[in-house]
Design a protein around this ligand. Sequence first.
Ligand code: FES
Length: 106
Amino acid sequence: MPKIVFNCPDGSQRVVEARSGSSIMETGTKSGVPGIVAECGGALACATCHVYVAENYRALVGEAGDFEDEMLEDAAAERKENSRLSCQIPMTDELDGIEVTVAPEQ
Ligand code: FES
């Protein structure tokens, strides 16, 4: 199973195994990763699953879609070049080892 490395707002790091097809948000919340609120449950309506994707995985993950892009503009934490909503990133074997930093405010 592909792994996700979460850098949490409390300074801790969690390495979690993901089911292929599950989103990074689903994997994080099911595993109790701190800092991912995911208020809307993945419906692309809250922007409380904001993460920063490590540079070496950005190309594999791709860019945010238009609607996600708009949602990121209203995210509580600073929007950066590598910002994504983690409910919109389905895990694949190709993404094994991906590192994401959970945004400090959600
Ligand atoms: S969980 Fe609400 S936008 Fe991702």
